[in-house]
Design a protein around this ligand. Structure first.
Ligand code: GLA
Length: 377
């Protein structure tokens, strides 16, 4: 039984995107939807925020129906939101998204079951601040996966079972999952997910997977699961990129090598920032990174110069050329957000900037270059 949802009335400013009338006749978005353009090649997805899922204003949901055929919850299925206290779950927004996906025939990716970030402190620490035991953490993991993946069995089409378990050098990140449980926590998570959601595809998801060392680490991780007979169906290359990274040859190499493992490849969180990245060595998506706002880091507050928009379009076209070459290996390309007004990039790694990383602008209008993205065959 699906739960009744309480509709939360949220102000337009909270919703982010300005959208006087996003689907007017002269809007390029009234043409063919992106997912129709790529039909038969790969799905085109996006991520929805809680206000977009529950808000009284339905314009983002309408745009999604037209342009996309896959959705990911940006946050509402993360541990800290769906399971904030040991005994208490909050399924309101996740249920609403699952219903919306079912009603509109959208592929639904559950994101995410096991991650070191956006997980409440009580999961890893006792009240006195000391770490919980391996046994306690394994029990929490089991209860969480059985409850959440169990609830959405038949509704969620795929789960990001484990998110961001790797360091940049390809070794396992010393997250609380790793330090408390040990290096078998990943196999435990995939085994539990496979038992709980037998008909749901299971993915490993991470950023910077174009980097050779991290790529090798991911391959080792997947091979280790495969050698133990544990089901892993695919890998999510997050895709938080910029105008001058990643190196597209390395990106392509990762797609080729991941597919050679016999698993599906998806681009799970695509966006391309046009803003200067404050710490070159740290590009990626480590959400704990915070840099102070300075004017030189926020150059386009009054609009994006045409020359930069052309660079962004060119970058997207180059990236899609790689994706098109390997469309036989890729089932889905999902953007991380609907429009520029509500992208996380406005606040990471510097809070309060004005970024333009997506295919739809602040008024939810499709950018001209987005209409040029198309499959090659
Ligand atoms: C990572 C996570 C996402 C999200 C982004 C930033 O990529 O996988 O869930 O938190 O960072 O929004």
């Amino acid at each position: 039984m699906k739960k009744m949802i309480t509709v939360t009335i949220l102000s337009l400013s909270l919703l982010g995107c300005k959208h006087s009338n996003p689907l007017t006749a002269d809007d390029p978005a009234t043409g063919q939807g992106l997912h129709e353009t790529f039909a038969g090649h790969f799905m085109i997805g996006t991520a929805l925020s809680e206000p977009q899922i529950l808000g009284a204003d339905s314009s983002a949901r309408k745009l999604v129906k037209k342009e996309f055929n896959a959705v990911t919850p940006e946050n509402v299925m993360k541990w800290e939101l769906i399971h904030p206290k040991p005994e208490s779950y909050d399924f309101v927004a996740a249920d609403a998204l699952a219903n919306y996906a079912a009603e509109n025939n959208l592929f639904l990716l559950g994101h995410t079951l096991v991650w070191h970030a956006m997980t409440p402190k009580w999961v890893f620490e006792k009240k006195d601040g000391s770490a919980v035991s391996r046994e306690v953490l394994l029990n929490y993991m089991q209860e969480h996966i059985r409850t959440v993946a169990g609830r959405y069995q038949g509704q969620v089409d795929a789960w990001d079972v484990v998110n961001e378990a790797l360091n940049e050098d390809g070794s396992l990140r010393e997250s609380p999952w790793y330090t408390i449980i040990g290096d078998d926590y990943i196999e435990r998570a995939f085994t539990l997910a496979a038992q709980t959601a037998p008909n749901t595809a299971l993915y490993y998801n991470d950023y910077n997977l174009f980097e050779p060392a991290k790529r090798a680490g991911a391959i080792k991780l997947i091979k280790r699961l495969q050698a133990k007979g544990i089901r892993v169906d695919g890998i999510g290359i997050q895709g938080h990129y910029g105008l001058d990274y990643p190196d597209l040859d390395e990106f392509e190499q990762s797609i080729i090598e991941f597919a050679a493992l016999g698993i599906d490849v998806v681009i799970s969180e695509l966006d391309i920032t046009v803003l200067p990245f404050p710490k070159k060595e740290n590009q990626g998506a480590d959400i704990s990174m915070k840099v102070k706002l300075k004017a030189e880091l926020n150059p386009y507050t009054k609009g994006l110069p045409a020359v930069i928009e052309r660079q962004l379009g060119k970058r997207y076209e180059e990236l899609f050329a790689v994706l098109n070459r390997h469309q036989d290996k890729i089932s889905r390309v999902s953007f991380w957000g609907v429009c520029d007004a509500n992208t996380w990039r406005n606040d990471w790694p510097v809070k309060g900037r004005t970024d333009y990383p997506l295919l739809f602008d602040r008024d939810m209008k499709k950018k001209p270059f987005a209409s040029r993205l198309a499959p090659t065959m």
